[in-house]
Ligand binder design. Structure first.
Ligand SMILES: [Zn+2]
Length: 1016
């Protein structure tokens, strides 16, 4: 979650082609003598700078950046600087970490180095900096073969503060035995005061990884990698297999640090408009100059190639939420491809993989998904460039166990067909269009995207700056295609047909999976305990108490740097918008430096939709842009969308009114973006969908239903805390009740039931009926973001678009401009619910009804939620309780407490209550309140990309005026205000509050009449 995202193979190896904002506006208004690009360009290869030598300087005009590659003379540390007129600066240091066992040593080390260092000898300075910084991103990540420590911030002082913390952490961590046992694993008495109480395994990573492997998709993804690349580091679990984590010793951890966290094994990355020389000087003087070169033995050899294909199988826990219990087998065929440092070959294979699997017109989509024998693609799908040699996977999940051979046959026939027929030119064009649009579409953290996109390739000494030259790679690719029209077919033959390094992996559910896992854990535990001497036992007892003591100790944090409230802007960043209307339809627009991309959002309000129909709205949004419309069947519609847009998407909207707790907006949001030259075409596609959508294709509908149901079922264990909070909030406000229906665990069950239906004709009728309301222009409002030059044209086209849209408005129909739903009768109730699921950990939550956004106490509650999270819940739930995370969330109208991947259940509910008591007693300092404020500003001040300016007003009805007022209140909140808020809203027993949790069968809840148990 916040710390230590354990990165697994993501389904799509997207090289990030996104670019981010403020370019033109900054470049234009910039009166500095030299731009950051000019400074970077002036550097010559061979130039010496603060102990470094410049190796290469390259311009990448399509991304508005210049790269400088350097080498540190004394240690051989590599440094890549990306100069760009973007004030959201990024720093990252990464090490090649290639473990040879599954004890999770790189992952546990990643956690432990953040527990205190030479200059900052306090417990967990990393976490404490979260309260003392305006970082737009702070994290540490463990992948299969690297560990990375990145952050980003827009504030120069903050950048320097974080830089000092990060560098000291990685090069001079304390790595105390206590930190190892807290973050890694330990044996601990159930009752810390009683040395006769049972002993258990505990530890943050230990529990985190148990959570990771509660998820079938993670089990599958890990097995694909372990078995396709078995010979070296990819054959083991870098995050740690709970079965082997207890084999790791503190000594081994320290040794791994010595050999891997060395400058000679490090790659530094800096990005943005802060001067490179300052970075280099600081890093060299304070750290690198104190080291000399070592030969780091971390290189990964090429996997010995197989002479014949292999097959393997794994088992997983049965999924009780799966639509069809008999169809729970997953199969994928996986191919080992080329070395990722070969950029040209990688680009080609990435493009081929996209053409093979991506979108409704792709050969595998048509052959596998339309066969309707599985629920969706296998969890690992397409190109994967996260290992030294890339791979490609394709397969299905949710199939019958007897259909494995059928899937394999379809895959091999599809490959044959592609080799025979090739790809249609217009599909290649669509992909190239998507890449072009991707370079122009602006996201909020461009620099971070860059470092993530080059991390794996650079990690194996590939040319990172070359990888950023998108246009160059595309030109090379196009040339190859021109020279040889059969180029792609030949590559498909080489890598897919003639490639014997191919693994077919089958995963099937096993009834006793969880039981066996528990038995193994017990056996391991008993083995550990049996081997303990009396002395060891005393040590365990003492360690437990010592850990508790350090966790409870109040520390002197004055050594940690901190951003001052006085350094934070008093004014909000304005989001200027203008309003007009066409044919009675409200249109909001905002002229922005969008790089020639035009953004459109439309909300269709649901206030006229009958209550009993609403449960089908999420399904409606999942299918409406994917079913075909007018002259386009669904394949052609998807193809058109790829040729002309960045995608046509639809989703639900529930937005609590900022002033009235009983008011909220409910709707469907349609959105898309496109190059200016394609705006006409984009609007045409929306016209087709609105006026001539085709929901009557039963086979297609069935495919989409199965995919949605499978996605939802899989999301439960990854986002369990969100599901728990949504459920506990649902009894408190009308808006939360609707959110639960749309996005909560009840929607997961509804979709499961729908997917189980033999005949979907009733569902189809419901969707068509919903279409009459939702695809009706009377219920619409629109929002456009475009460049100032294009805006007049954009508005003209939008006016035409609205005119042509079908309307059933009768002459006497009074047009309703405000669609806000006002509920007159709603009684908030207190409930206790368990959603029982076959997990090995819990996701706990408690929600309490509070006040809306503009209420005078809202600022205090917001600060209170941060204070509870950082100063109480983190310590009690994560450090002491051994859960992966926990905290409090303040949303418009409701405060929710949560825990994530939590070994405890009822104990955590007690922690929630104790935290409230703690806050109401005022057991915190003024400094704590200041720090909590900083974390709120961290959230509110995240950069907004130009395409999203005005969204808060458009979707949430929160105006610039309200945001400024809220900001003023945040600044003025005192400790007294926070205490009062805790006493007024959280403490009283008579205020409506609800408890909900997701987790395994629970003895405390079973048979307890206060609790309702829903079997998932
Ligand atoms: Zn972790």
């Amino acid at each position: 979650m916040y710390k230590s995202v354990f990165l697994r193979n993501r389904p799509f190896a997207s090289r990030l082609y996104h670019s981010s904002g403020q370019l033109k506006s900054l470049a234009k208004g910039n009166v500095k003598t030299k731009s950051v690009l000019e400074v970077a360009r002036a550097l010559q290869p061979g130039t010496k700078l603060h102990g470094y030598t410049v190796e290469k300087v390259e311009d990448v005009p399509e991304l508005f950046l210049t790269t400088v590659s350097l080498n540190h003379d004394r240690t051989g540390a590599k440094h890549l600087h990306v100069a760009r007129e973007d004030n959201n600066n990024v720093f990252s240091v990464a090490f090649r970490t290639t473990p040879m066992d599954s004890t999770g040593v790189p992952h546990i080390l990643e956690h432990t180095v953040l527990c205190g260092s030479k200059k900052f000898p306090v417990r967990d300075p990393f976490f404490k900096m979260l309260n003392r910084s305006l970082a737009t991103f702070m994290n540490a990540l463990t992948a299969s073969d690297w560990t990375m420590y990145p952050f980003s911030t827009q504030n120069r002082q903050d950048y320097n503060n974080l830089l000092s913390i990060y560098l000291d952490a990685v090069f001079y961590p304390q790595l105390r035995e206590l930190d190892f046992s807290q973050e890694g694993w330990r044996l601990e008495h159930e009752n810390l005061q009683d040395d006769n109480s049972p002993i258990n395994f505990k530890g943050v990573v230990y529990n985190e990884m148990k959570g990771v492997f509660s998820n079938q998709q993670n089990i599958f993804a890990e097995a694909v990698q372990n078995k396709l690349l078995p010979n070296h580091t990819y054959g083991v679990v870098s995050g740690g297999d709970p079965e082997y984590i207890p084999d790791l010793t503190w000594e081994h951890l320290k040794n791994f640090h010595k050999t891997h966290y060395h400058p000679s094994n490090a790659r530094f990355f800096t990005y943005g408009n802060f001067p490179l020389e300052d970075h280099l000087q600081y890093i060299n003087e304070n750290y690198l100059s104190q080291f000399s070169k070592i030969e780091a033995d971390t290189a990964v050899p090429a996997e010995p190639r197989w002479t014949s294909p292999k097959e393997a199988s794994v088992t997983c826990q049965p999924d009780t939420m799966a639509p069809d219990p008999d169809k729970q087998t997953t199969v994928a065929v996986n191919f080992l491809l080329s070395d990722i440092t070969d950029i040209e070959e990688g680009t080609t294979l990435n493009i081929i993989s996209n053409l093979l699997t991506d979108g409704e017109t792709s050969p595998f989509y048509q052959a596998l998904l339309e066969a309707n024998i599985g629920s969706d693609y296998s969890p690992v799908i397409g190109y994967n460039g996260y290992t030294k040699e890339s791979s490609f996977s394709v397969g299905l999940q949710g199939i019958h166990k007897d259909d494995v051979d059928k899937v394999k046959q379809i895959i091999s026939e599809t490959i044959d067909k592609v080799i025979e027929e090739g790809f249609e030119q217009s599909r290649i064009d669509a992909l190239l269009h998507r890449i072009e649009l991707g370079t122009k579409h602006q996201t909020s953290n461009f620099g971070l995207g860059l470092v993530m996109s080059v991390a794996s390739m650079w990690n194996h000494d590939g040319d990172a700056s070359e990888m950023l030259r998108v246009n160059n790679q595309m030109e090379l690719f196009k040339k190859k295609l021109q020279n040889d029209p059969k180029y792609l077919q030949k590559k498909v033959k080489e890598y897919f047909k003639d490639n014997s390094h191919r693994l077919t992996l089958v995963m099937s559910p096993e009834e006793e999976f969880e039981e066996k896992r528990r038995a193994k854990e017990q056996e391991k535990l008993q083995n550990c305990i049996q081997n303990l001497s009396a002395q060891d036992k005393t040590k365990i007892f003492q360690l437990g108490q010592e850990l508790q003591e350090t966790q409870n100790r109040t520390e002197d944090l004055t050594c940690l740097p901190c951003i001052k409230l006085s350094e934070i802007d008093k004014e909000i960043k304005l989001e200027p918008t203008e309003q007009t209307e066409f044919d009675g339809i409200p249109v909001q627009y905002s002229a922005q430096p969008t790089n020639e991309v035009t953004y459109i959002k439309m909300v269709s309000f649901l206030d006229q939709v009958p209550m009993e129909m609403k449960v089908y709205v999420p399904l409606f949004t999942n299918v409406i842009t994917k079913m075909g419309a007018g002259i386009y069947d669904f394949k052609e519609l998807s193809h058109q969308a790829e040729l002309y847009t960045g995608g046509l998407s639809a989703g639900t909207l529930v937005s609590q009114d900022p002033t009235d707790p009983l008011d909220f907006d409910q709707g469907v949001v349609f959105s898309s973006y496109c190059l200016e030259r394609n705006f006409d075409k984009t609007l045409d596609l929306w016209t087709e969908i609105f006026d001539r959508s085709n929901l009557r294709d039963s086979n297609r509908l069935q495919t989409l239903i199965k995919m949605s149901a499978a996605d939802l079922a899989a999301s439960l264990s990854n986002a369990g805390h969100n599901y728990a909070m949504m459920h506990s909030a649902s009894s408190l406000t009308p808006a939360s009740q609707l959110s639960e229906m749309f996005d909560g665990v009840s929607q997961v069950s509804v979709m499961k039931r729908i997917a189980e239906l033999e005949d979907n004709s009733k569902i189809m009728e419901h969707l068509i009926e919903l279409g009459h309301e939702i695809l009706n222009k009377n219920n619409l409002k629109l929002c456009i973001n475009a460049t100032p030059d294009f805006m007049p044209t954009a508005l003209e086209k939008v006016e035409q678009f609205i005119e042509t849209l079908h309307s059933d408005r009768k002459p006497e129909h009074h047009f309703v401009k405000r669609h806000t739903t006002h509920v007159t009768k709603f009684v908030a109730t207190s409930q206790k619910t368990q959603i029982e699921l076959p997990f090995s950990v819990n996701y706990m939550s408690k929600s309490i009804k509070t006040v809306p956004y503009t209420h005078v106490d809202f600022a205090s509650l917001r600060i209170l939620s941060r204070l509870l999270s950082w100063k109480f819940l983190h310590r009690e739930i994560r450090e002491k309780g051994g859960a992966y995370g926990g905290g409090a969330n303040c949303t418009n109208g409701v405060m929710s407490f949560f825990s994530y991947r939590d070994p405890n259940s009822m104990e955590t509910l007690e922690v929630f209550d104790r935290s409230i008591q703690w806050a109401a007693n005022g057991d915190f300092t003024d400094t704590d309140v200041e720090e909590a404020k900083i974390t709120v500003f961290q959230q509110t001040d995240k950069p907004v990309p130009p395409g999203q300016i005005g969204s808060t007003l458009f979707l949430n009805n929160i105006s610039d005026g309200m945001r400024q007022e809220a900001r003023n209140q945040l600044f003025s909140v005192t400790k007294e205000n926070v205490i009062e808020a805790a006493q007024r809203y959280l403490l009283p027993d008579n205020r409506p509050s609800s408890l909900s949790f997701l987790g395994p069968e629970n003895a405390d809840v079973a048979g307890n009449k206060e609790w309702k148990v829903i079997k998932g």
